[in-house]
Design a protein around this ligand. Structure first.
Ligand SMILES: Cc1cc2nc3c(=O)[nH]c(=O)nc-3n(C[C@H](O)[C@H](O)[C@H](O)COP(=O)(O)OP(=O)(O)OC[C@H]3O[C@@H](n4cnc5c(N)ncnc54)[C@H](O)[C@@H]3O)c2cc1C
Length: 402
């Protein structure tokens, strides 16, 4: 790959850098340097959401919230290289979380692509301005890795669909006003052996009677994701996204193929590695003389560099118009492996004080390393489980069927 950027890409980076240099310190000062208390901790969640909302609003004011959206929708129609630059710059400054990540990166582009004019006008402004929170309800108890096995039904009745069934692991559904859901409009498709057919995408108002969100307490004690139960919930036909039966195409066609999703990760992880080493220097310096720990640090550093190069290879393929395959599942594996490796390394580096949780006297960095140790377990399940990614690589890249 040619590592030099075009003048346009350099200008993009420089404009973003200048904007961040001015606006991020101001944002942090307004929030009293307060760290985001996390995705869904009880007590901290309201403040976390307010903080994310404010940051997204400010990004939007600078036209930096939805860089892939059309110019008419306050986007920048960013190229793949500019997406990488954006991720790198945001990682460099450790930018705060945003309120509608799902909405901006995935659901919004689906509405732009598959929605009609009325639907775009109804939903895009609220996603962009962070006025309304969005969730994404795909998984079900029997449909996770095997998503096409989903069975929550939507049956047409006049100008409405009647929805019954259960979703699970729906992140922040209990806080959302709207959700993008995949529902089964043709229940015979599974028996016919055509499970990818008969699925339809809907935008659902989470306040609709007959919808109940039941938060699930997760490994770190937060209530971030939910079971979502539907009992005769009535959804207007006008809220169907795309044609009936086209849901698989709607969901998969726009799911981030053009993005190099882990682009900023190497920068964030390298910063994490440096941060845990300097915390260890302060509280447990002996660990840094342990040959095994030193080897693990070197390995982690090398793996981070590999991840960066893997991303560049994926980007090169995209620029050349080739499929970024098999780099996408490889990057997913690399990400989950490194996330867990670093979280474990941090605890071993910090020694006994590394285990002190938030609120405990002497907790290091607010107990964030301890939280991360448990939280990062999710990375080998969410966004594609490890075993399934390995199956895909084996089936299609190592032993492709002819
Ligand atoms: C933090 C978090 C947030 C999430 N947020 C959302 C959300 O907002 N919306 C949403 O719809 N979903 C969400 N999910 C759900 C996520 O998409 C699923 O957890 C994921 O698809 C895996 O499905 P599952 O949990 O049913 O596990 P399963 O698919 O049942 O897998 C369980 C285990 O079996 C293994 N396995 C499964 N199939 C195979 C196979 N064929 N060969 C070998 N091994 C196999 C898996 O690797 C895994 O180890 C979230 C999950 C997490 C962890």
């Amino acid at each position: 790959m040619d590592f030099a950027h075009t003048p346009e890409d350099e200008a993009f980076r420089s404009e973003l850098r200048t904007w961040l240099d001015v606006n991020l310190p101001k944002f942090l000062a307004d929030w009293g340097g307060d760290e985001d208390p996390g995705g869904g901790r009880q007590g901290g969640i309201a403040r976390s959401q307010d903080r994310r909302k404010d940051w997204q609003k400010r990004l939007d004011e600078g036209r930096w919230a939805a860089i892939n959206w059309p110019l008419d929708w306050h986007g920048r129609e960013a190229t793949p290289v500019q997406n990488v630059i954006y991720s790198e710059e945001m990682a460099r400054v450790r930018a705060p979380g945003i309120y509608n990540a799902n909405g901006l990166w995935q659901i919004g582009p689906m509405i732009i692509h598959w929605g009609n004019e009325e639907q775009r006008n109804e939903w895009l402004p609220g996603i962009l301005s962070a006025e309304e929170h969005w969730c994404q309800g795909f998984s079900e108890p029997q449909a996770g890795s095997d998503l096409a096995n989903l069975r929550t039904t939507a049956v047409l009745d006049g100008d409405e669909y009647v929805v019954n069934g259960q979703k699970i692991w729906t992140s922040t559904a209990h806080l959302a006003k709207w959700g993008l859901f995949l529902l089964r409009t043709d229940p015979t498709a599974i028996e016919r052996g055509a499970k990818h057919e008969g699925i339809t995408a809907f935008i659902i108002d989470m306040d609709t009677p007959g919808i109940e969100c039941r938060p699930i307490r997760d490994i770190v004690g937060e209530e971030m994701f939910n079971e979502v139960w539907f009992t005769d919930a009535r959804i207007p036909v006008a809220h169907r996204l795309g044609e009936e039966g086209a849901g698989w195409k709607v969901a998969m066609g726009t799911l981030g193929h053009e993005r190099v999703g882990t682009a900023g990760l190497a920068i964030t992880m390298a910063a994490d590695l440096r941060a845990m080493i300097s915390a260890a220097r302060a509280v447990n310096p002996d660990s840094l003389n342990d040959p095994e720990i030193r080897e693990r640090i070197a390995r982690a550093y090398t793996d981070i560099e590999f991840t960066k190069l893997l991303n560049y290879r994926a980007l090169t393929k995209i620029i050349k118009g080739q499929k970024n395959w098999p780099e996408v599942p490889l990057a997913k594996l690399q990400w989950s492996h490194l996330a867990q490796t670093l979280a474990e390394l941090a605890i071993d580096l910090l020694g006994p004080s590394g285990l002190l949780a938030k609120g405990g006297p002497g907790a290091i960095d607010g107990g964030s390393w301890t939280r991360l140790y448990s939280f990062q377990r999710y990375t080998s399940i969410g966004a594609g489980a490890t075993e399934v990614q390995k199956n895909i690589i084996a089936d299609r890249a190592i032993f492709p069927r002819t």
